[in-house]
Ligand binder design. Structure first.
Ligand code: B12
Length: 216
């Protein structure tokens, strides 16, 4: 993987990053590879922020660059040839307390272009709102995004609430975001974790295959 885009994003060089992305698309590089390089670039931004080398304004700048880049990349994601509804409803949202949504939006986009019906609840979504939407829509898959460590507890609250309301057995929960790992899976009791959108899509397809048409 070349480093020019990673470096341009890490150094917050907006015009340079956009020019590189356009060139990569022209050269036939896949949208997934480009997103992964962007993610690596903002990871460095995040690291510099936690080391005190960057400020909040720099995080905001990285968001602006990523949003701009996404508008260029989005039309180039493969459509899987199944843009029509595949019968599966998915609820997506960033958990309570957290407003990071760039990753969630990428996953939502990929799911929709693969035929899933996605109810996107946005950001800072309380566990109760997920429950309410599960009841309203009958969706059996929930995708949760979390980037802030201190919000992981709300994911556990969601799982606890699903247990209390008797819905846990009926719903599969997939959690994604920068800090999630096996430890988070174990602590929260969710079904799957990933910090990769492509792996995320594979997981959704796997769940769908396991559940067959029993979803609608
Ligand atoms: C951009 C950014 C922001 C932007 C967010 C803009 C937005 N609209 O999302 C702004 C400037 C608003 C912001 C604010 C803050 N941020 Co911030 N931010 C970042 C940064 C640099 C990049 C995040 C990002 O967009 N990455 C790119 C996307 C594409 O990657 P991703 O989210 O990981 O998503 C991928 C996968 O994880 C996966 N995925 C994501 N969600 C899901 C969901 C499902 C279901 C699936 C299957 C997959 C999946 O698919 C995606 C594509 O592969 C990160 C650094 C980092 N290392 O992530 C810090 C970071 C997340 N922020 C951090 C912090 C501390 C904050 C603030 C608290 C700062 C402050 N003092 O105010 C606030 C929090 C505000 C709040 N209440 O949420 C910390 C969090 C530390 C922690 N783990 O607790 C980080 C890690 C920086 C750091 N190293 O300190 N931030």
């Amino acid at each position: 993987m070349s480093n020019d885009l990673i470096d341009a994003i890490a150094n917050l060089e907006e015009d340079k990053a956009i020019a590189i992305v356009r060139k990569k698309i022209e050269d036939g590089e896949t949208a997934f590879d480009i997103v992964e390089q962007c993610r690596k670039g903002v990871e460095i931004v995040g690291k510099r922020y936690s080391e005190g080398k960057y400020y909040l304004s720099d995080l905001i700048m990285s968001e602006a660059i990523l949003k701009e880049v996404m508008t260029i990349i989005e039309p180039h994601f493969p459509k899987n040839g199944t843009e029509s509804y595949n019968g599966i409803k998915v609820i997506m949202g960033t958990i309570e307390g957290d407003i990071h949504d760039l990753g969630k939006n990428i996953v939502t986009y990929l799911l929709r272009s693969s035929g899933y019906c996605v109810y996107d609840l946005g950001v800072d979504v309380p566990p109760e709102k997920f429950i309410e939407t599960i009841k309203q829509t009958g969706a059996k898959i929930v995708g949760v995004c979390v980037l802030l460590n201190f919000c992981i507890g709300y994911v556990k609250e969601l799982v606890d609430l699903l247990e209390e309301t008797g819905l846990r057995e009926k719903v599969t929960i997939v959690v994604g975001g920068y800090p999630v790992d096996e430890q988070v899976k174990e602590y929260t009791g969710v079904d799957y974790v990933t910090n990769d959108a492509v792996r995320g899509l594979e997981i959704f397809d796997q769940i769908t295959a396991l559940c067959g048409n029993g979803h609608d």
